[in-house]
Each structure stands twice: as structure tokens, then as C-alpha cells.
Write a new protein. Structure first.
Length: 473
């Protein structure tokens, strides 16, 4: 969430504010009580009618982009009307009031059990987990559990002389950098090299030492949609333990891939089938197919979640164990997650994710056939692909493409890669449920129409790439 400043710019004149309102926003008399628009950076002196307040906010939001055409976001932008009705019925329920809303709490418990079974927990009945506001919070909780378990193993050295570290690829989502900053953990990152755009297992193992709390594997990199080799990572850490005795756990950040791989890549071993995987997170509001924001964090057994991190609160008459950074939050998204699990089942999820992957593959091939672009990934893991311009394309760059597509309503991010591949600038396309093959063809048609103008440019219009690289994830 970006930080926002308060009021900016010169105060509006009374004349300007009077003309800012449509007179017909008045209830009965189009000119009654409509002399001036309400202030925008301080509370108004008095109330407005609900319809007037609604129209003011509604009209301003028209300037936002169309979420269905936002190919930057992984977040779900379409659900069935029935799900929206359920969410409306539950928006006033506070998830933390488990004694007052026991059925909502039960649906959360069922979702945890379903995910534990889906991710092959040794005993789904004893696996522990919780809902969160998204993967960012889930990752924070998983990181805290790793740090506390490391501290328990090193009570003779921590915190006086030892500083914990967490090993990850440089392609991790920013929430992991936040975790390391907020909880004073050294982030050890494996850089990109050549055409490897994510973590190298052996390089990760080489960064581990007695102060390593864990290694993060990403099942679905946000940079290019590729899976990191979690099984190979665990094998490298197994070998490290044989040589040194260091027993380093693995957390799998499956923000997107943990809701894709179980249905489309069933033979891929990445989850609790690997004994070294201690915890997994996912975003229910990404390929879990629920509106934001809901995430999930699961541990393979109670042993992986230190008991001292679980707070037992006597709240509103009930003994409530809780492990979360947030306290009050709506139950609507958890209910919507259970609805989606119930509605689709395994076969339904498989059909939805297969359709998204097929659209991504066809769209990636369509870009490649234009002749100006080189694919870095093809959407055959996550339904996500990244591409850049071919070396002989000198008249424009990916930032020009992104800017021109925005004129047609498409939000396609362009950005540079991190350390060791900062020379590489790409476009990334995320295909989600609701992004159909028809929409994909419309996007390609718009690119085809733009190419002659882009090719006719004397040079790329981008000058400051750092300023243009505003979106990574």
C-alpha cells in the first residue's frame, strides 16, 4: 500500500467548487443545497444525501482503469453473481469474532483442511493454518515461525551475537524484503544469471550457514511466471545437511502457483510431499479465484508453528487461538473462498486454470508471430508470460508499447529486471479467469495496429527507465 500525502495543490475557488457539481445530483430540486461542492481534503461541514455522495465518488472512480483489462495484476477481477451476494451478506461479520460467528469460523477451518489435503500434508487433520488478508501477511507469519524456530535452536547464541538470515532469489515479491526489514533478518538473495530468472538451488544452499532460518522457494515467479525448482532446492539442502549437519527448512511461496500446480501439474513435487517443506502460503484472491483480499498460510504439522506465537484471547466470551498480524477483518472473503472450493471442486479448478493457461500460451505465440518480440516464458507454468523486443528492434522499446496500449485501455506493465539483469526490460502479461481468447485476440489486434507507428519512431521515447519501472509484481 503506497503512502499518501494529504492535501496537494492550491485550494479551489468557490466558483470552481460550485461548478464541480452536476445540479441534477440534487434529490428533488436540481438547484437546492448545491451551491458548492464539498471539500476534498477536510471533512465537510455537513452531510450530503446518500445519492449525492454516491454520484460524487462513482464519477471520480470512472477515471480508474478497467480491472478486467488490467494484465498487470494477478488478483481476481471476476466472480459469479452468487459469490458477490454471499460476500455482501457477510461483509458485516468480523472474522475475529469466532464465538459470535461460529459458522464463518467453521468455513475457515474447512478451507484450511481442504488446502492441507490438496498440498499433501502428512496428516491433513493435524496440519495447522489460518486465513490472512493475502499472501503478504501469510509470508510474514511463515517468516516469523521460521525465525522463532531458529531462535529456539540457538538459545545459547541468540540474540546477543548472532543475526539470522533468510535465503531467497532476487525475484521474490517485495513482501519478503519487508519481512526482513521489519523483523531484522538479513536477506541473502541469489541473483539472476543469463537466462535464469529465478533461484538456483545450489547457489541458495551455498548462501546458508548456522544463522539461516530458512530458504524461500517461489512457485510462480512474478517476473516471468516460471516455477522455481523446489524439489531440487530441497535436494541441495539435503546434501548440505549431510556435509555440515545444518537442517534448513524450506518455505514455499505459492501465492499463485499453489492454486495452479495441484490441478495442472500433478506430477510436479513441490509441496508437503517433500519433508523439508515446512510451510506454504497462497493467495486466495489470485488463482484461488476470490476477490481481494484473502490469503492462506499452512504448516505441515503443529511442530512447525511455535506455540508461543499463537495467542489465546478471551474475547467476547470465547477462548480464541489466533496467529495473525491483523485482528478485525471481514469474513466475506473467507466465505467466498469456501463457496469457490465448493462450487468448482478439483475438476472445476482444473478446467478454469487450464483455460487460463491455454489462453496464455496462444497469446504468447501470437506475440512471437509478430516478429518484433522475443519470449522469455510462454505461460506454460503460471498462465503468465514475459517478453522483450528483439535485438534488431531499435525504434521503440517495451515502455513505448506499454504506454501506447494504455491509450486503448490495456494495462500491460513494462519493467526492468533486478540485479545482474538490469539490462533486460520486459512486458509481462497475466492471464486470469475472465480473460478470454476473444479479449486476447483484441489485445493482439491493438498491438498489430500500433506496430507501424512504433516502427516509424526515430528512437524509443523512454529516457529514464527507473522512473518508468513502477510495477514489478
Amino acid at each position: 500500500m503506497p503512502l499518501h500525502r494529504g492535501s496537494h495543490g492550491e485550494p479551489r475557488t468557490e466558483e470552481h467548487r460550485r461548478l464541480a457539481l452536476n445540479p441534477f445530483f440534487g434529490e428533488a430540486d436540481p438547484t437546492a443545497s448545491m451551491d458548492t461542492a464539498p471539500p476534498t481534503h477536510r471533512l465537510p461541514d455537513g452531510p450530503l444525501s446518500p445519492s449525492t455522495a454516491y454520484r460524487l465518488v462513482h464519477d471520480e472512480l470512472m477515471l480508474d482503469g478497467n480491472s478486467r483489462l488490467n494484465l498487470a495484476t494477478f488478483v481476481t477481477t471476476w466472480m459469479e453473481p452468487q459469490a458477490a451476494v454471499l460476500m455482501g451478506e457477510c461483509r458485516d461479520k468480523n472474522m475475529i469474532d469466532k464465538d459470535e460467528y461460529p459458522r464463518t469460523a467453521e468455513l475457515e477451518r474447512r478451507c484450511v483442511a481442504m488446502l492441507a489435503d490438496l498440498w499433501h500434508a502428512p496428516d491433513p487433520a493435524t496440519a495447522v493454518g489460518c486465513s490472512t488478508t493475502g499472501s503478504s501477511e501469510a509470508c510474514m507469519l511463515a517468516g516469523l515461525a521460521l525465525k522463532r524456530r531458529w531462535a529456539a535452536r540457538n538459545t545459547d547464541r541468540y540474540p546477543a551475537t548472532a543475526r539470522p538470515n533468510l535465503v531467497m532469489g532476487v525475484n521474490v515479491q517485495v513482501c519478503w524484503e519487508k519481512f526482513c526489514t521489519f523483523w531484522e533478518v538479513e536477506a541473502r538473495q541469489v541473483p539472476m544469471e543469463g537466462d535464469r530468472f529465478h533461484l538456483d538451488p545450489q547457489a541458495a544452499a551455498d548462501l546458508c550457514d548456522e544463522n539461516t532460518i530458512g530458504v524461500v522457494g517461489i512457485l510462480g515467479s512474478t517476473f516471468d511466471g516460471s516455477y522455481e525448482p523446489v524439489a531440487e532446492l530441497c535436494s541441495a539442502l539435503d546434501a548440505l545437511q549431510e556435509r555440515t549437519g545444518l537442517d534448513i527448512p524450506v518455505h514455499v511461496d505459492g501465492a499463485s502457483g499453489a492454486m495452479v500446480a495441484p490441478f495442472l501439474d500433478e506430477d510436479l513435487v513441490w509441496d508437503f510431499r517433500l519433508p523439508r517443506v515446512s510451510s506454504i502460503n497462497t493467495s486466495g484472491h489470485k488463482y484461488g479465484l476470490v476477490y481481494p483480499g484473502v490469503g492462506w498460510a499452512l504448516w505441515r504439522s503443529p511442530a512447525e508453528l511455535p506455540e508461543e506465537l499463537v495467542f489465546r484471547v478471551n474475547y467476547l466470551g470465547g477462548d480464541m487461538p489466533t496467529f495473525a498480524l491483523n485482528f478485525s477483518r471481514p469474513g466475506a472473503q473467507v466465505v467466498a473462498q469456501y463457496y469457490t472450493f465448493l462450487r468448482l471442486g478439483r475438476e472445476g479448478y482444473r478446467a478454469v486454470q487450464r483455460a487460463s493457461r491455454d489462453v496464455a500460451g496462444r497469446l504468447a505465440g501470437g506475440f512471437e508471430s509478430l516478429g518484433d518480440f522475443r519470449l522469455l516464458s510462454r505461460g506454460d507454468e503460471l498462465p503468465v508470460f514475459a517478453l522483450t523486443t528483439n535485438p534488431d528492434v531499435r525504434a521503440y522499446d517495451v515502455f513505448d508499447v506499454s504506454r501506447r496500449l494504455r491509450e486503448h485501455g490495456w494495462l500491460v506493465p513494462a519493467y526492468t529486471f533486478p540485479a545482474n539483469r538490469q539490462d533486460l526490460a520486459v512486458l509481462r502479461v497475466v492471464c486470469r479467469n475472465g480473460f478470454s481468447s476473444d479479449l486476447a485476440e483484441m489485445l493482439l489486434d491493438d498491438v498489430r495496429r500500433l506496430l507501424p507507428e512504433l516502427r516509424a519512431q526515430p528512437h524509443p521515447l523512454s529516457r529514464d527507465r527507473a522512473a518508468l519501472t513502477a510495477f514489478h509484481h
